[in-house]
Design a protein around this ligand. Structure first.
Ligand code: FES
Length: 160
């Protein structure tokens, strides 16, 4: 029979061994798909960063970007290209924050985790607070913070 194999140590034939191997192969395949999917997402974000937004102006030589409040709900975030960099703009009940979205460890793009109220890097799990300070993981430096305020129903991001 196909499902019966012989245990070399005990000489006992068992179909259970084959089902254990099949189950383990299934689990390994499942974890592989998850890992490849996660790595693919990070690679995709690195190769195709978020699009530039409209609303770019200059103020005394500094770039200023205005984002309508309706584009970023409370406890959510948006990644933008601005002043030659990629930034994450976060809106919470405490206000708005804009920080470099590039992790200071190896350069992956960070994400806002609203449940934990932390910024987390998906690559090696560096964690930052809303001011960009490192609060965990391997990042050697804080995320660069730029000025973000709410003015006339818009989030104003200013190059400093
Ligand atoms: S690249 Fe962000 S923790 Fe390693």
């Amino acid at each position: 029979m196909d499902n019966i194999i012989k245990d070399s140590a005990t000489g006992v034939k068992s179909g259970i061994e084959r089902s254990k191997r099949s189950f383990l192969s299934f689990l390994i395949g499942l974890f592989s798909i998850g890992f490849i999917g996660g790595a693919g997402k990070v690679l995709f974000q690195y190769i195709w960063p978020p699009k530039k937004l409209t609303g770019l102006e200059t103020d005394g030589g500094n770039k200023v970007l205005n984002i309508p409040l309706s584009e970023i709900e409370v406890n959510s975030s948006k990644k933008i290209r601005f002043a030659g960099g990629t930034y994450i703009v976060i809106r919470t009940e405490r206000g708005v924050f804009a920080l470099s979205a590039v992790c200071t460890h190896l350069g992956c793009l960070v994400n806002w985790e609203p449940d934990a109220q932390e910024i987390v890097c998906p690559c090696h799990v560096a964690r930052f607070d809303l001011n960009g300070n490192v609060i965990g993981g391997p990042a050697p430096k804080p995320l660069q913070q730029i000025k973000a305020t709410i003015v006339n129903g818009k989030i104003e991001i200013k190059e400093s």
